[in-house]
Design a protein around this ligand. Structure first.
Ligand code: S3P
Length: 178
């Protein structure tokens, strides 16, 4: 399949990069969190609160299966926890070219310090929580990724240019897009 999928930690810029990439490449974009919220008629925070995290994880897996069935060629921005399940990593690879937006704890903290929408980052000492989660998650992101883009200290224009250049040079991408 010919999708371009963005993965990475909360605050890595998947949604903004996805929107801009969709504009540059003239492809529609979908966001797995938004898709789930629309189908469930509940926010992600509400789903976590009322149904629990593992139910939300099941919905994410179902969302990926539906995207595979739909067989479209879109830009897909994903929730930061999607690559943690091994089966989801297989689904991501089936869907297309997977781009990992790699970010450090400092940048995440700067961007999400006052964010109330991410249930996993609420509570005391967000820095150590983020550092701990990054250590646990980075291997899964790396395992799922075709391309790795370091985003710290870069403008969105720089990130987008880098992605376009990497996609052009990426064999998988050429195979899938020509
Ligand atoms: C999550 C990331 C969130 C959202 C949910 C869980 C995670 O999406 O799916 O709050 O486990 O990292 P973003 O990465 O878009 O913030």
């Amino acid at each position: 399949m010919k999708n371009i999928i963005l993965i990475g930690f909360m605050g890595s810029g998947k949604t903004t990069v996805g929107r801009r990439l969709s504009y540059r490449l003239k492809r529609t974009m979908i966001d797995t969190d938004k898709q789930i919220e629309k189908e469930q008629e509940m926010s992600v925070a509400q789903i976590f609160r009322e149904k629990g995290e593992s139910h939300f994880r099941d919905l994410e897996t179902e969302c990926l299966r539906n995207l595979i069935q739909a067989g479209r060629s879109e830009i897909i921005s994903t929730g930061g926890g999607i690559p943690l399940r091994p089966e989801n990593r297989d689904y991501l690879k089936t869907l297309g070219t997977v781009i990992f937006l790699k970010v450090t704890a400092n940048t995440i903290l700067e961007r999400l310090e006052h964010d109330m929408t991410r249930p996993l980052l609420q509570g005391e000492n967000p820095r150590s929580k983020i550092e701990e989660m990054l250590l646990l998650r980075n291997p899964s992101y790396l395992d799922a990724a075709d391309l790795i883009i370091e985003v710290d200290g870069k403008s969105f224009d720089m990130i987008l240019d880098e992605i376009e250049e990497a996609l052009r040079a990426n064999e998988t991408f050429s195979d899938k897009w020509t």
